[in-house]
Design a protein around this ligand. Structure first.
Ligand code: 6R9
Length: 654
């Protein structure tokens, strides 16, 4: 904690300010008046935002909060999300407009899809899914690389009212199986593989393996992307090109209730079991389209937008699929890694397509920073006019580098704070209004109300820190945790029950102007390269190894990834010292159980773990060790000599 406070003091000394460019400010989508309008009548403000969608039946009530914290927005309204993202643009005469400039990882492997193409593809896929037995309300899992079919698959599900659950392609078979099981997915859409780091990496085998662990799946729909060999089960597996290509291009979208489930996205919680965050149709789409238009000052006729996230994360859902497509934008979709075949790949893509708005994560920015400005300097990126950041706090140095080297000092940087649960951006500068401060997400956007509060839920004065809360409901808020209403209430609404605030799980500080600096999670959730991982989940994975007796995991500061996974492990007696390969073996094990992003950077084999008298592991102390700091206060430890034992053990091992 003292360390965080120190970092913060340094941050708050940051006094560089960046004014909005004059031409942007004079022609901005969202102006300062929007804050006042929203404050005056929040529901009227949101009703106005909802008009940017095409509704089959208009709502009769903007917000129903009678059964709080279970919200209903735009009740009585009916719409189809896929129609809003695709068909209506075609009907408005924009069928020939490019929706997606797709860039495969192998050079020259590109494809452009217009809105008319997308309409045909989505219609065919919707017909094929129906043919495979998917009905309204059935869950469909999507486990795919970044290819256009992934977006087509999501929209096809939305079109027939089958909530999708996209599982990040980097997750293991086990992680996939537990998600399939939790939401009882009837169909999985996948591909043979995708291209990453210069070679074909397989996906289908993980689906095959997941099916040995759960029997919920009836059909697996497989896109051929790499052409690699796949095992085939004739009863279950179906090629995409067999059933989708031959399906009819005609499909009439059905209008669903505004509160019809759109998707479930799993995210880490404080306990081991991932939470299935449920988003519904109307409010979610209003939130995504409004924020994408306002925060990025989107001019749909001239902008070329690119969000580098994977569709397996919420950022891909809201800011590749639903927000941008609802707004009818032209966007870039890139399959591979930023450094393949060379480190300037992203910048070449920006130059080639004339990208004007670019949205990425601090972890990527930091890794580019390390490579120096020479590589980006080789590309002409003068088309860029707005840069965005999301996923974790952006360090002032990274912000300034991003603005300067990538944005040529012309581009505002919007540091956008939000979560899987919030569905869309909550706190962010507005590019035409805000004087940006490197490192601060600034304040809640028009329509959203947030605060930083103390333990009792009282608003803290400027200059103080506390918990970040959202003080009133918003359209794109999660509706519940899939299958677990109690956990929904417990996790988000019980901490500040009296005030009725949403507890975000982040710590934050208000500076002397009242602007917000998000500090990171206050619970046992780590943020590694912008991805949320639960300490408990990784601990459980370690403990599932036969040689491990006990494990404690902490997130330690890491220059590249923000935080890195550090594990302290006690071996079982019969395992002896575990053998020379033990650390490698355990790292592999976590990789297999959860996925490569959860692989510990460091595993320390220790004789004991520091515990309080009530048996709680004191992660704070382990974090001190992992970050090579003097170990803090140990007086609440049941056995205060434990830390010496741990340090000695580590020194010997090193
Ligand atoms: C969109 C997304 C959410 C957590 C959130 C916070 C961290 C996200 C941030 C940020 C500081 C920002 N976070 N954006 N922290 N500044 N601009 O990342 O969703 O994967 O659910 O993670 O990420 O800790 O609570 P999700």
């Amino acid at each position: 904690m003292s360390d965080t406070a120190e970092t913060l003091e340094n941050l708050l000394k940051e006094d560089r300010r960046f004014e909005p460019p004059a031409d942007l400010a004079s022609n901005a989508n969202l102006t300062a008046e929007a804050y006042d309008a929203a404050e005056k009548d929040r529901e009227a403000f949101w009703a106005e935002q909802a008009e940017r969608l095409t509704w089959d039946t208009k709502w009769d009530r903007v917000l129903d909060w009678d059964n709080a914290p279970f919200a209903k927005w735009f009740t009585g309204g009916k719409l189809n999300a896929a129609y809003n993202c695709v068909d209506r643009h075609v009907e408005a005469g924009k069928g020939d407009k490019v929706a997606i400039h797709w860039v495969g990882e192998p050079e020259g492997d590109t494809r452009d899809l217009t809105y008319a193409d997308l309409q045909r593809e989505v219609s065919k896929a919707a017909n094929a899914l129906t043919e495979l037995g998917v009905e309204t309300g059935d869950r469909v899992a999507i486990y795919m690389p970044m290819i256009p079919e992934a977006i087509v698959a999501m929209l096809a599900c939305a079109r027939i009212g089958a909530p999708h659950t996209v599982v990040f392609g980097g997750f293991s078979a086990d992680a996939l199986a537990s998600r399939l099981d939790d939401c009882q997915a009837k169909v999985v859409i996948t591909s043979d593989g995708g291209y990453r780091r210069g070679s074909a990496s397989a996906l289908k085998p993980a689906v095959d393996e997941a099916r040995t662990k759960t029997d919920v799946v009836r059909k697996v729909l497989v896109v051929r992307r790499t052409g690699q060999d796949v095992a085939w089960d004739d009863d279950v597996d179906v090629w995409w090109h067999d059933v989708v290509d031959s399906a009819s291009e005609e499909h009439t979208p059905e209008a669903f209730d505004a509160e019809h489930p759109l998707y479930v996205m799993y995210t880490s919680g404080t306990t081991g079991k991932p939470k299935g965050i449920l988003h519904t149709t109307g409010g979610y789409l209003v939130g995504c389209s409004y924020t994408h238009w306002g925060v990025f000052d989107l001019k749909p006729d001239t902008d070329v937008y690119w969000c580098s996230a994977d569709i397996g994360w919420v950022t891909g859902h809201s800011y590749i699929v639903y927000g941008p497509l609802a707004n009818g934008v032209t966007q870039v979709l890139y399959e591979g890694t930023p450094d393949t075949p060379e480190r300037g790949r992203w910048w070449q893509i920006i130059e080639k397509y004339g990208v004007t708005i670019f949205y990425t994560a601090p972890t990527a920015i930091r890794s580019f920073m390390k490579q120096g400005h020479e590589i980006p300097d080789r590309s002409d990126m003068s088309s860029l006019r707005i840069l965005g950041s999301v996923g974790e706090p952006i360090n002032p140095e990274a912000y300034v580098w991003y603005r300067h080297v990538i944005g040529g000092d012309r581009t505002p940087v919007v540091d956008t704070w939000w979560q899987t649960e919030t569905g869309s951006i909550m706190i962010s500068p507005l590019p035409g209004v805000t004087h940006g401060k490197p490192g601060s997400a600034m304040k809640a956007i028009p329509g959203i109300t947030t605060d930083v509060v103390d333990d009792e839920g009282n608003s803290v004065p400027n200059g103080s820190g506390g918990y970040l809360v959202v003080t009133s409901p918003w359209p794109s808020m999660l509706r519940t945790i899939w299958g677990d209403d109690d956990r929904y209430v417990d996790t988000y609404w019980s901490r500040f029950k009296k005030q009725g605030y949403y507890f975000a799980g982040d710590g934050a500080k208000k500076d002397s102007d009242g602007d917000v600096w998000v500090l990171g999670r206050v619970d046992d959730v780590m943020n590694v390269s912008g991805h949320r991982l639960s300490t408990t989940e990784i601990e459980s994975a370690l403990v599932s190894h036969p040689k491990v007796a006990e494990a404690a995991v902490v997130g330690a500061k890491d220059e590249d990834t923000g935080q890195a996974v550090c594990a302290f492990v006690i071996l079982r007696e019969e395992a002896g010292d575990g053998g020379p390969e033990i650390v490698q073996e355990l790292r592999q094990h976590v990789r297999k159980e959860i996925g490569p992003i959860a692989t510990p950077r460091q595993i320390m084999i220790v004789p004991e773990l520091p515990k309080t008298r009530s048996g709680k592991i004191m992660r704070r102390l382990l974090r001190d060790v992992a970050e090579h700091r003097e170990v803090g206060d140990v007086t609440t430890l049941a056995d205060s000599s434990v830390m010496e034992l741990i340090s000695e053990g580590i020194d010997k091992g090193a």
